[in-house]
Ligand binder design. Structure first.
Ligand code: GUN
Ligand code: FE
Length: 438
């Protein structure tokens, strides 16, 4: 396939009259349109205004999708224990699959081609199968909770770890390598020391398996960790083995100087989730400090009940604006730094090579946007447009691993209307509020 348009290779290179050739699952060539057309005259051609690398959602909860809008105006622990955990606990296997599909559908429609996806305790198989079927790339993991959880989600440590190992064997490197596994303790509040240490041990046993958890998102959360362990959260995670280049920590809003040193020294990845942090009134993550220290920062939407969308373009905009106002510095987070977070940094956090830029020999994860709209007029600077003005709705084309998932604005990988209709039907019966003591 030959795609023509303005090609955003990465945050520093734009080819205005460009083209990309895809052969199988790989990008065969990227260059000037005229040259490429001459070299590949017989290739099937498609044209989009702007072509760019598919975006990477560095922290997503696809399976929370049925809870979009159920818990506005709450703070983290009430949001989680009064609404989200009871909802996750109430989902049947079929509902979990539907939730995952709805999440992946929204990601695919709005330009995310890779996600680091925090599932739930039960029915993780259904989410892996849904991701496999729809065609997204991802690092997914079943959640571990062996304390402070509703009864239906609480598992003893061995059960959670054994189930994790079964899922690693079944799904790590599955679907042509598109799906990989992350061992996923929920957060230190809901996991015993044994659980956290076992999470590290099981990840070490399998090549390429990541570790993904929430950390230091909210002040009450870090106070609880301090109360139970005597330590600040990042020091605690470091002590039990949950730091390192294979670890992705979502949020890291409330870290002190010594914890930031640990993150930098261990090469731990951080995912910045600005909309979630704003909506749950969690705080503002010290992203500039992390970048100054050389910490890899990815970008994530978190879940539909705390965002309330999975649109990666809205997230890029928020990511920049929040840091500019925090530092009262308009130069704090230029478009290029934010675009890197949503592409190449996200791929590094996910541990996936050849993703996050449009280069020869890289994986064919490509999206196409329209710019024949008022919001994109005039188009002085493509990167500025993508970060500050574009929206997920502008995405017209999504390809993952060379497979077209959406073209000309129509999703081709699944019956999108059927997923939306079924969701609306099921959601009226959801068990959404039920207080749990924590
Ligand atoms: N901390 C523990 N679980 C969650 C979750 O589901 N979402 C968010 N945002 N934070 C968490
Ligand atoms: Fe989260």
């Amino acid at each position: 396939m030959l795609l023509v348009g303005t090609v955003v290779v990465d945050s520093s290179t734009v080819i205005h009259d460009g083209a990309v050739v895809v052969e199988g699952s790989t990008i065969e060539s990227v260059g000037e349109r005229a040259d490429i057309i001459e070299r590949y005259p017989d290739h099937e051609r498609a044209e989009y205004d702007v072509l760019l690398p598919g975006l990477v959602g560095g922290h997503i909860h696809s399976v929370q999708s049925l809870g979009r809008g159920i818990a506005d105006d709450t703070e983290l622990l009430d949001w989680l224990f009064d609404y989200i955990l009871p909802m996750e606990a109430s989902l049947s296997a079929d509902e979990m699959e539907l939730a995952a599909k709805l999440g992946y559908l929204e990601l695919i429609e709005s330009g995310t081609t890779t996600c680091i996806d925090h599932l739930s305790v039960a029915h993780a198989d259904r989410a892996f199968e849904a991701a496999g079927e729809l065609g997204i790339r991802g690092v997914l993991g079943k959640v571990l909770m062996d304390k402070n959880a509703p009864d239906e989600l609480l598992e003893d440590t061995d059960t959670g770890i054994n189930e994790t190992e079964r899922l690693i064997r079944a799904y790590h490197d599955s679907f042509d390598g598109r799906l990989r596994y992350a061992v996923t303790p929920r957060f230190a509040v809901s996991c015993t020391e044994d659980c956290l240490r076992s999470a590290r041990a099981i990840a070490d046993k399998y090549d390429g398996v990541r570790i993904h958890t929430h950390a230091s998102e909210n002040r009450d959360e870090i106070a609880k960790v301090k109360e139970s362990t005597g330590k600040r959260n990042i020091h605690w995670l470091d002590e039990v083995g949950l730091t390192g280049e294979d670890v992705v920590l979502a949020h890291c809003v409330w870290t002190d100087e010594s914890e930031r040193e640990v993150l930098a020294e261990t090469g731990t990845n951080v995912t910045y989730c600005p909309s979630s942090n704003m909506k749950l009134a969690s705080g503002i993550a010290p992203i500039l400090d992390y970048l100054d220290r050389g910490i890899n920062v990815a970008l994530g939407n978190d879940g539909p009940p705390c965002n309330n969308t999975l649109d990666p373009f809205t997230e890029m905009r928020q990511a920049s604006l929040l840091q500019k106002v925090e530092h009262l510095d308009p130069t704090a987070t230029p478009a290029s730094a934010i675009f890197d977070m949503a592409t190449i940094n996200g791929a590094a956090a996910a541990g996936i090579d050849r993703v996050g830029a449009l280069r020869e020999g890289w994986r064919a994860d490509i999206i196409g946007l329209r710019t024949d709209i008022t919001r994109a007029t005039p188009l002085h600077d493509v990167l500025s447009h993508l970060v500050f003005a574009a929206r997920g709705d502008d995405v017209q084309f999504t390809m993952v691993d060379g497979r077209v998932l959406m073209e000309n604005g129509t999703v081709t990988c699944v019956d999108a209307d059927a997923i939306r209709e079924e969701t609306t039907e099921i959601s009226s019966n959801l068990d959404i509020k039920q207080s749990v003591t924590y």
